[in-house]
Write a protein that binds this ligand. Structure first.
Ligand code: ASP
Ligand code: MG
Length: 309
């Protein structure tokens, strides 16, 4: 999509209005669910001195403002943790825009945008089990609400959604790797009929690693079924200064960039939290059965592709 005419046709497509209606219903379901579960909505940040390091190849996006280097948010993970420093709040969520300048090789995965929004949730003094329960309930509620509210739209899009059985199944990454090999995420998603969890991935410094069982991480992803792939990533978090430093070093993270965060962890003041982020556009792509994530965004930002508007 490189011309103004193409971009206008994309916006004007008949399917687009059905897709936006499904998106609106899904977002309403999320907000209602959060409200009734006492999860408070806070506003996102877009520029900060620190953001998610993202341990995979990508380009940085930052600006200089009055002598301070500020980064565009890749994820609000560290701010999510810090927001629970408020003693009267123990559950929080953000509708958080993320800018991740991914490489052009991800253009055709159908799942990547270099600008997207996630529903970023964090809970204090809870475990991954509590978080999984909250998310299972949220997903079931979204399905029910969308199927009920968007009958006509789903029909027009030729999409049939089967309500998932909760609790969703939970698999260990090692177990699936043994069964399906290195491409286990893709294959498991293709074979599944309901969304499902996979636990234990080696990732960024902030996901908690078991102290007694090094190499075991208390984190997870949710996957959409029918081959739609990753829906949510999250985990229990590191909150102890020494663990954070050790893991930053292991991952060659630029420690200086996290100076303010580390001054808090050094005092032992990072709250003990668990959470995760659900990709909004990926969810809408799955709910509406679209081939490429481009087709569920009015103004697509596909890696390596020219931006028109
Ligand atoms: N950092 C994750 C992501 O942005 C979200 C999370 O762990 O809460 O993919
Ligand atoms: Mg992820």
């Amino acid at each position: 999509m490189t011309t103004v005419q193409d971009a206008l046709s994309h916006i004007a497509a008949e399917d687009m209005r059905h897709i936006m209606r499904v998106q609106s219903a899904a977002l309403k379901a999320i907000h209602d669910y959060m409200y009734s579960n006492g999860v408070l909505q806070s506003m996102p940040v877009i520029l900060s001195p620190m953001t998610d390091p993202l341990n995979h190849p990508h380009f940085d996006a930052n600006v200089e403002y009055y002598g301070q280097r500020l980064q565009l948010t890749k994820s609000m993970i560290l701010q999510k943790q810090l927001s629970l420093f408020n003693g009267g709040m123990d559950k929080v969520y953000f509708m958080s825009p993320n800018v991740r300048l991914e490489e052009a090789r991800l253009r055709d995965t159908g799942r990547h945008l270099f600008e997207f929004t996630q529903v970023d949730i964090e809970l204090k003094d809870r475990t991954k089990k509590d978080f999984m329960q909250l998310v299972d309930g949220m997903l079931a509620y979204i399905y029910e609400f969308v199927v009920r509210e968007c009958l006509d739209e789903l029909k027009a899009l030729g999409r049939e959604l089967k309500l998932p059985t909760v609790p969703l199944k939970v698999y260990e990454s090692e177990e699936l790797k043994d069964r399906y090999g290195e491409q286990f995420e893709t294959i498991a998603s293709e074979k599944a009929e309901d969304p499902f969890w996979i636990t234990n991935f080696r990732r960024e410094f902030y996901d908690r690693e078991d102290k007694e069982r090094r190499g075991y991480f208390h984190n997870y992803d949710v996957f959409w079924p029918e081959g739609y792939g990753e829906a949510l990533s999250g985990g229990e978090r590191e909150y102890e200064h020494d663990e954070i430093i050790r893991k930053m070093k292991e991952r060659s993270t630029d420690i200086g960039a996290y100076a303010t965060y580390l001054s808090v962890s050094e005092k032992g003041l990072i709250p003990r939290t668990v959470g995760g982020g659900l990709g909004v556009e990926r969810m809408v792509r799955y709910l509406t059965g679209q081939r490429h994530i481009r087709d569920v965004t009015m103004f697509p930002r596909v890696p390596g592709e020219k931006v028109v508007f």
